[in-house]
Design a protein around this ligand. Structure first.
Ligand SMILES: [Zn+2]
Length: 374
């Protein structure tokens, strides 16, 4: 018995030693900040006004492109021409599929590979019936209490206008980049980007097959709450999830609801949904999430660092705690979500089947990225 206890103690001490060594050997990935570039004079008031102006064009993407009202896109582009005259005088502008924009600011050194900045002009629709829930109208570009309100204020006209604002200010100051700078703004990002981003990518592949760096929207500086940190964490997305929509349908006997069969068509689809929800895809800690923990490790208290540095042992613990929140869960696995559920249309009649559609759409719709903290 004593021997066994001694063995257990040695094993525990050995394990502790391994955990500690892993923790102490974990490299610190935090970068030393490079000196900031000299500031260029941009008037904050006019920059905000420029963005507010852009929010007033309802450049809404519709799932069916043929249903998209393209007029606001033309109006937005006319507005950008008026607002950023130097950009439009001095940069080369190509229109791709009419509304996709590709600006080229040639660098002084043509041997350097270009820098590509991306953004998109379109926004998602306002859900019908939710107008009264908006504290400010979605397309008014109103400012209040130090905030600017409107569809696209963050996603993603902020980037369109911000990039043009910066280039306009640099042109005004007489700056010329050494490296060619490309700006590409799609117009259907919210509905898969086939006409915008994909077409722009094809043009870029021909004209600039080699790029030094591509920067797109995504990621954010989260003020707190990442791994319990109170310090801001800059989350850099390095990949994006795709998604798949599936439709489940069941056909059943119609009839009066007073004499239903043992299993109705609604019940069958509901059972399938319940099974999907009960069996989520497996959680994985490898790749981006594991990388995020490595990057955060040097900033968290020692106990947590020990856990992050020993994912081989604490993997399930980390997975369980991440899975407890929807965003953490989405970082761990392919998610599934029922989004549209349709059955009959009369409360005392059994629906027959997908005519009218008894459908269920299921899609891992969460767009999330592999995240690294910088
Ligand atoms: Zn976006």
């Amino acid at each position: 018995m004593r021997r066994f206890l001694l063995f257990l103690l040695c094993a525990l001490l050995g394990l502790l030693a391994v955990l500690l060594v892993n923790t102490l050997r974990l490299p610190n990935h935090q970068l030393a900040p490079v000196p900031a570039a000299p500031a260029v004079a941009v008037s904050p008031d006019s920059a905000v006004a420029h963005l507010a102006g852009a929010l007033r064009f309802a450049t809404v993407s519709r799932t069916l492109y043929s249903e998209t009202d393209t007029l606001p896109f033309g109006q937005l582009q006319a507005y950008l021409r008026r607002t950023f005259p130097l950009v439009h005088q001095q940069l080369k502008l190509q229109k791709v599929n009419r509304y996709g924009l590709l600006y080229e600011w040639p660098g002084t050194d043509p041997t350097l590979k270009p820098l590509l900045l991306l953004a998109h002009q379109d926004v998602v629709p306002v859900l019908p019936g939710t107008d009264s829930q908006w504290t400010r109208p979605p397309f008014a570009g109103q400012q209040a209490g130090g905030y600017l309100y409107g569809r696209g204020a963050l996603d993603d006209k902020l980037n369109v206008v911000g990039q043009l604002e910066a280039v306009e200010a640099l042109l005004r100051a007489g700056f010329r980049p050494r490296r060619t700078v490309l700006l590409a703004f799609g117009h259907d990002e919210e509905t898969q980007g086939r006409r915008g981003a994909a077409a722009l990518a094809a043009v870029l592949q021909k004209q600039h097959p080699q790029l030094e760096l591509v920067l797109d929207e995504g990621g954010l500086v989260k003020a707190d709450g990442v791994a319990g940190l109170t310090r801001p964490v800059a989350l850099v997305g390095v990949s994006e999830k795709g998604y798949l929509s599936l439709e489940l349908s069941a056909t059943g006997q119609g009839g009066h609801s007073s004499m239903p069969p043992a299993l109705t068509s609604v019940g069958r689809v509901a059972a399938a949904v319940a099974r999907l929800e009960a069996q989520p895809f497996p959680a994985r800690l490898d790749g981006g999430v594991s990388g995020l923990l490595d990057y955060l490790a040097s900033a968290v208290p020692f106990g947590k660092r020990l856990v992050f540095a020993n994912q081989w042992l604490f993997g399930s613990l980390i997975k369980n705690s991440l899975a407890a929140t929807p965003s953490g869960n989405a970082a761990l696995r392919t998610t599934t979500a029922p989004t549209i559920f349709r059955g009959g249309d009369k409360d005392n009649v059994l629906p027959i089947g997908p005519q009218p559609p008894s459908t269920f759409a299921c899609c891992p719709a969460t767009r999330s990225a592999r995240l690294f903290a910088a």
